[in-house]
Design a protein around this ligand. Structure first.
Ligand SMILES: [Zn+2]
Length: 416
């Protein structure tokens, strides 16, 4: 069969065949396949790298590109192959020895198939399903990425899908945050709430002698109480009493529990008594030394990142997986921080500049979306009064719980 004939018959089935999950995950703008080609006069898109990672239970195939592209993927049998069609790519920067497969991908090949069109062919070690496929936009010096997750399938399943379009996607200008939700599994969604300080560490102390560690512990319990009513969540706290816990222990706790979100609560003091209002922090990427330190720790390698065991992975494969997990985590953290600020605005006085990033060690989990909420300033009499009020706490904690719930509703809704 010529590629064109395959494509046109497949196109006919496009809407009926695509499962909703693929549609949503790829944020599919359903480009007619003929449009998956470079525009007249457009330069081929530089391909920086392509590689397979993972194992025969799940293999991720990643293509690094200078910018996002539309793609269409389908399978061919005997031998088993996944074919990925993209606009014309410039492969000159790909090294010859970068075509080694791994897991379900035996080898891969690429080239120009028609004017303005390139194709990548993955030669498979066995029948597969394309479980997920998506495009990540370039972000902070990272290239754009085309990602395909392959899982084993039976020969019958594979043959059933042969010649049908498996996935089609385009990112356009959307944020990658929405394209790669870390999905709640079959079990409950684990939320870790982290009251700051504790034990010998009082945190900030207000002029009335009120201590941050006590206020945030009470506040966190209120949030837990509000979330408890939702049977979809398992809500855990890093401390439930006046105990000192190191920042690294808090991060490790969230990771070990498989948290899908970690929210730390604090209250600050500053010398300017007029400063007030809440602030939501995400990790500043210039804090990469800290992240790197955490990841360099060999002990972390025995854990899993994004569901993949890293212990037996060569460094470069582990790096790819960590890098992808970090990007997903960062985007989800920012998405949650934005949502949270919008949701609490009616009940919580916000700082003039309420969305910030900082080098907070407690936010460094590479695979747990994390935010830190400074509820207000104990150095400001207005804030201090509110923080001490049970009715205020209940109202704000309740709204934060609603925000967490709606965030996960949105994330799981996207996955179909
Ligand atoms: Zn604090």
């Amino acid at each position: 069969m010529t590629p064109n004939r395959i494509l046109s018959s497949r196109r006919w089935n496009l809407l009926s065949r695509l499962c909703p999950a693929v549609l949503l995950l790829s944020l599919a703008v359903l480009w007619p396949l003929d449009q998956i080609s470079a525009q007249e006069g457009e330069e081929p898109i530089r391909t920086l790298d392509a590689r397979a990672a993972g194992n025969s239970d799940r293999t991720r195939f990643v293509i690094d590109l200078e910018k996002s592209v539309e793609f269409a993927a389908f399978t061919l049998a005997d031998p088993y192959r996944v074919v990925i069609d993209v606009p014309e790519l410039d492969f000159s920067e790909m090294s010859e020895n970068s075509r080694e497969g791994r897991g379900l991908v035996g080898t891969f090949r690429f080239g120009l198939i028609a004017k303005g069109k390139s194709r990548m062919v993955l030669d498979l070690t066995q029948p597969v399903n394309i479980d997920e496929s998506f495009v990540l936009a370039p972000l902070e010096g990272q290239p754009a990425r085309l990602v395909f997750d392959l899982v084993p399938a039976s020969r019958a399943e594979f043959l059933d899908g042969v010649g049908k379009l498996k996935s089609v996607g385009s990112l356009s200008n959307r944020t990658p945050a929405a394209s790669v939700p870390k999905l709640p599994g079959r079990g409950k969604t684990v939320i870790v709430l982290d009251p700051g300080h504790g034990g010998i560490d009082d945190g900030a102390v207000g002029s009335s002698g009120v201590r941050e560690k006590d206020l945030v512990l009470q506040f966190t319990k209120d949030v837990r109480e509000a979330l408890k009513e939702n049977p979809n969540f398992e809500v855990l706290m890093t401390r439930e009493d006046d105990t000192f816990i190191s920042l690294d222990e808090r991060v490790e706790f969230a990771r070990k529990k498989g948290a899908q979100l970690m929210v730390s609560f604090h209250a600050d003091t500053v010398t300017q008594a007029y400063v007030r209002g809440a602030t939501v922090y995400t990790l500043d990427e210039t804090a990469s030394d800290e992240v790197a330190r955490l990841l360099a720790d060999k002990e972390n390698r025995s854990d899993t990142i994004a569901g993949v065991e890293l212990a037996d992975k060569p460094d470069e494969v582990a790096d790819i997986l960590i890098d992808l997990a970090r990007r997903e985590t960062k985007n989800l953290s920012i998405a949650f921080a934005r949502r949270l600020l919008g949701d609490v605005k009616p009940v919580l006085k916000l700082n003039k500049n309420p969305r910030r990033s900082a080098d907070f060690r407690v936010l460094t989990a590479p695979d747990v979306p994390s935010v830190l909420v400074e509820l207000g300033y104990l150095s400001n009499t207005g804030d201090a009064k509110l923080l001490g009020s049970a009715s205020w706490r209940e109202k704000v904690a309740g709204q934060i719980a609603v925000s967490i719930e709606s965030f996960f509703l949105r994330v799981s809704g996207r996955a179909g």
